[in-house]
Design a protein around this ligand. Structure first.
Ligand code: TXA
Ligand code: MG
Length: 328
């Protein structure tokens, strides 16, 4: 069992950074979802992430850094448009896939010659990263802090529920309250002439087009552009991801005794258990994972969701929900 830290003072974050340096795991909040962190240059520590998650070893990890000045050491090349994205949209819910440097070893990249980098927009995550850089740490590797294939945690309690049994006494879980965005970062492949979205998120197509000056397609919604190889590389794009125990049904009339998630403007049908009634698209994203978890806590067999329509964040929500609905 890991230690649970709800007082994330400067001293506590410095101690957590030291633990990372010593090879322990530290789960920490980000604006998207909670991550399970390890020193991204420590093979043994990173191996423990895979163990704790039950994740196949060829799935690459995102390296988190505190500032653009720590980017250079991880990469060997960066196109102009990616520099613009990094400058304008970091810190934020965006991961850039770039050509790796020698520092990004196979145990981070899954043996590929690219590396995923992100600067999270969360004060505890940034405080931890800054403390880690002060100890000469290069970056913190962190996947979402859930068992492989399951719903990402958006609270420290959900991390504990997912991974408590797989962490050791020296590992830490930092409690920073509920994640503000609630969906994993937008992943953008920046190895080609123009940016390409591998996983949609809160950094939307419109934002990427505006900053990069390129027209971008969402290959996540346009499946035919995705090769089989990419499907494996971006594990978050595997079909049976983000799945609760309950069976998820999309845009269908809920049956009695099931769970129901929809905008607050949609009334709860008789005999159905309302799990969430968000008022805005942002709130929908923020509460969706905790609502799915709540359905499991209530031992519901099925959860019905009226999906949001439209572009922007709705694309990311539908992306995750369509995978949830494929089941485990
Ligand atoms: O919001 C997020 O991105 C969260 C927080 C903790 O930062 N992290 C996260 O990590 O969602 P994870 O490992 O659960 O999902 C990251 C996805 C995986 O599907 C992985 O395959 C993909 O990013 N990925 C990482 N490095 C990659 C690379 N070099 N090329 C292609 N995909 C990569
Ligand atoms: Mg994940």
């Amino acid at each position: 069992m890991s230690q649970f830290l709800s007082n994330c003072s400067v001293d506590a974050l410095a101690a957590a950074a030291r633990s990372l340096k010593e090879g322990s795991l530290v789960a920490f909040p980000t604006e998207t979802v909670y991550g399970l962190g390890a020193d991204a240059t420590n093979a043994k520590a990173v191996a423990r992430i895979y163990e704790a998650k039950g994740r196949p070893a060829d799935h690459p990890l995102i390296v988190h850094i505190a500032d653009n000045k720590f980017l250079e050491q991880w990469i060997s090349d960066i196109p102009e448009y990616a520099i613009a994205l990094a400058r304008k949209l970091w810190p934020g819910p965006m991961t850039l896939i770039l050509q790796r440097s020698e520092l990004a070893k196979d145990f981070i990249t899954g043996g590929q010659d690219t590396v995923g980098i992100r600067i999270p927009d969360n004060s505890i995550a940034l405080g931890l990263l800054e403390a880690f850089h002060r100890l000469d740490g290069a970056g913190i590797a962190a996947p979402s802090a859930n068992r492989f294939g399951q719903v990402s945690p958006t609270t420290a309690n959900a991390v504990q529920e997912e991974l408590g049994n797989y962490l050791s006494e020296a590992d830490l879980v930092l409690d920073g309250g509920a994640s503000e965005v609630g969906l994993e970062s937008t992943i953008i492949d920046c190895t080609g002439k123009q940016p390409r979205i591998l996983r949609p998120g809160a950094i939307t197509i419109e934002m990427i087009e505006k900053v990069s000056g390129f027209k971008v397609s969402d290959s996540a919604e346009n499946k035919s552009e995705n090769t089989k190889q990419e499907e494996i590389r971006v594990s978050g794009s595997l079909e049976n991801h983000y799945a609760p125990k309950a069976k998820v049904f999309l845009d269908q009339q809920p049956v009695r005794g099931s769970g129901f998630i929809a905008f607050s403007s949609i009334e709860t049908p008789d005999g159905v258990f309302r799990l969430a009634a968000p008022k805005t698209i942002e709130e929908f994203a923020r509460v969706i994972y905790s609502a799915l978890r709540e359905g499991d806590h209530q031992n519901l067999d099925s959860i019905y969701i009226a999906q949001p329509t439209g572009d922007g964040l709705a694309i990311a929500i539908r992306d995750r929900l369509s995978r949830s609905a494929k089941g485990r």
